[in-house]
Ligand binder design. Structure first.
Ligand SMILES: [Zn+2]
Length: 321
């Protein structure tokens, strides 16, 4: 086991080291690539889980303080990579064992069926996982302003005067999820422009590089699912609703009422809106963790969130038909 939920503080460096360790351990099915750089010069990494030509994208860590989902996505990647390799390596042995029934027969059979399904899934699909799109913001929320190496950035952030455990922005104080050039985007000041940030540009490049069939962006808090898009057609929203209902069944999270899609006065510019409008494919925001949880988020949320999200990937083929 590489991803350890018991390590209370999980830094950006831990995440990158783990991503590389996963790629080394599960080389037949998992790759780790660098897709961009943050403003404080941190690598933005992506895991490619699977060997298929159908692409699905998961992102987390768009907001700095939402520190649970990055490690949870890493753990999910490890779980499926292990299932894949176990099945690949032990398939024949299981067959032999099943030919000689034991008291464990049912368990063994379930395990083999699950393994086979995961195997087929990852032969057909590749799950692109960006577990931490905004590494600078993540580090600021966990370790404060001293985590910024660039002194100009430090000065800039200091002026904002902030409780850093609440920090949702990137290393330049910009909210990445209000920086995407979509219909709802509005400038927040005279110097503001869409896609101004490295993290935004990196994700836009990934959107355009792969033919992605579905996109899930994981945030915190609220245990709820945002699916409705006022800027899109009825047919598009009907499909979004079907997917959201299935996600609700899996996670037990609530669907957000379409009228709360965007709060009054919100400046817009979300990842999912950009993706919907440019590619006409499903894009959904999933909010993990209890609404009333305080920041910094308790690391104990990792295990429950992992259990809530784990089977989404297993159902991916049915979700994004
Ligand atoms: Zn968020």
């Amino acid at each position: 086991m590489i991803i350890d939920f018991n390590k209370v503080k999980y830094s950006y460096e831990d995440l990158v080291a783990d991503a590389k360790a996963l790629a080394k351990q599960y080389k037949s099915i998992l790759q780790c690539v660098t897709i961009g750089k943050s403003h404080d010069n941190r690598d933005i990494v992506m895991l490619k889980l699977g060997r298929g030509l159908k692409y699905i994208l998961f992102t987390a860590g768009v907001h700095g303080r939402e520190t649970i989902n990055p490690i949870v996505l890493m753990k999910i990647a490890e779980f499926y990579a292990k299932q894949f390799e176990d099945y690949q390596g032990l398939g024949e042995k299981y067959d032999k064992r099943l030919a000689r029934p034991s008291t464990m027969i049912e368990e063994q059979y379930d395990y083999m069926i699950f393994g086979k399904c995961v195997y087929e899934l990852l032969e057909t699909y590749t799950i692109l996982m960006i577990p931490l799109l905004n590494p600078d913001g993540y580090m600021i929320s966990l370790y404060g302003i001293k985590s910024l190496k660039d002194l100009d950035l430090r000065e800039r952030i200091k002026k904002k005067g902030h409780n850093y455990s609440q920090w949702k922005y990137n290393g330049r104080g910009v909210d990445i999820n209000r920086n995407f050039p979509c219909n709802s985007w509005k400038p927040k000041n005279s110097k503001d422009y869409a896609a101004s940030e490295n993290e935004t540009k990196t994700l836009i490049q990934i959107f355009h590089h792969y033919r992605i069939r579905g996109f899930l962006d994981f945030h915190s808090r609220g245990k709820c699912i945002y699916y409705h898009r006022k800027s899109m057609t009825e047919a598009y929203n009907e499909k979004q609703l079907q997917i959201a209902k299935r996600l609700k069944d899996i996670t037990k999270y609530q669907l957000v009422d379409p009228k709360h899609e965007i709060d009054y006065g919100d400046s817009g510019g979300n990842t999912v809106h950009y993706f919907s409008e440019h590619f006409y494919k499903p894009a959904i925001t999933i909010e993990t963790v209890d609404e009333e949880a305080g920041f910094p988020l308790d690391y104990k949320y990792r295990t429950s969130t992992y259990e809530e999200l784990k089977l989404i990937l297993f159902e991916i083929a049915g979700l994004f038909l």
